[in-house]
Design a protein around this ligand. Sequence first.
Ligand SMILES: Cc1cc2nc3c(=O)[nH]c(=O)nc-3n(C[C@H](O)[C@H](O)[C@H](O)COP(=O)(O)OP(=O)(O)OC[C@H]3O[C@@H](n4cnc5c(N)ncnc54)[C@H](O)[C@@H]3O)c2cc1C
Length: 124
Amino acid sequence: IPPLDTLIAPRVALLGDAAHGMAPDLGQGGCQAMEDAWVLADAVQHALTEHADTSIALATALTHYDVARVERVGDIVSRARKRAAMIHGLGPEQTHAWYDELAHEDGDAILAGLKKTVVGGPLG
Ligand SMILES: Cc1cc2nc3c(=O)[nH]c(=O)nc-3n(C[C@H](O)[C@H](O)[C@H](O)COP(=O)(O)OP(=O)(O)OC[C@H]3O[C@@H](n4cnc5c(N)ncnc54)[C@H](O)[C@@H]3O)c2cc1C
């Protein structure tokens, strides 16, 4: 699905594929679902210690969750789409260039890409 403008509605939070079903080519769908769960649980825990009124705590936690996640998951959805187009031949020349590059890849660039994605997130 295209990136969403928001992951929340009153008393509702979307997580995982419901929030950001994505092309599989970055291997990030499940990773982002786990980041969502971590951030939401943390936000709820903090909000409950700060607000005695649970309605206010929940609203605060959902807003925090949305602000923390919507841009990151939208960016990864868009990157996964671009990667899918490149890998699966949307533009044949681009796809050939990708596989030519992979043939000479020693693994460093792939590891650097993985590291960038992990370090850029809440568990990094
Ligand atoms: C082939 C493949 C390879 C993948 N490889 C990777 C990878 O390498 N790395 C990675 O990070 N991600 C990968 N993913 C993506 C990852 O599996 C998903 O992004 C992740 O499972 C999403 O988790 P989720 O909890 O949001 O949804 P799901 O795992 O789909 O869980 C939703 C659950 O809700 C249940 N459900 C549905 N409707 C109802 C209902 N009405 N009532 C009760 N229960 C219901 C379903 O049965 C299911 O158990 C891959 C996916 C596929 C298909």
